[in-house]
Design a protein around this ligand. Structure first.
Ligand code: HEC
Length: 107
């Protein structure tokens, strides 16, 4: 392999790494933004416009036996009636965990 080929290969690899790094950071949406985009229209301010007893406030969650980040993530994947499920394509596992923490902290 000639030196010029090696150099151009290295440039190609560097470019790929930069693209990968950028798209990765672009995919990690903040929990707050995710909540606003995907949850707030049914759960404004942590409430529930469809079923008032099933809001996201701590007292509601505890009454319905949802207490931890893992339990919220599990709920999002397989929710109760009238809430559409969010799979890992819609909200990745790490985004779902951050979203759950945001809910526990915020409401
Ligand atoms: C189309 C409306 C809708 C959207 C959008 C929606 N939900 Fe829900 N959610 C509901 C309904 C309805 C229930 C109650 C279901 C039942 O009766 O068990 C619920 C219940 C919940 C509960 C359980 C609350 C409790 O006190 O038992 C959690 C947690 C929850 N939603 C989180 C979310 C999150 C996080 C999002 C966004 C990723 C989201 N929901 C988006 C309608 C929605």
């Amino acid at each position: 392999m000639k030196a010029s080929q090696i150099t151009s290969n290295m440039i190609a690899v560097a470019a790929l790494l930069i693209v990968a790094a950028c798209s990765k950071s672009g995919e990690t949406r903040s929990a707050k933004a995710l909540f606003a985009e995907k949850c707030a229209y049914c759960h404004p301010d942590g409430g529930n416009i469809m079923r008032g007893t099933k809001g996201l406030k701590r007292a509601d969650l505890e009454r319905n036996n949802i207490k931890t980040v893992a339990e919220i993530v599990a709920y999002i994947r397989k929710p109760g009636p009238d809430m559409l499920p969010f799979d890992a394509k819609a909200i990745s596992d790490s985004e779902a965990a951050a979203l759950a923490e945001y809910i526990l902290k915020t409401f």
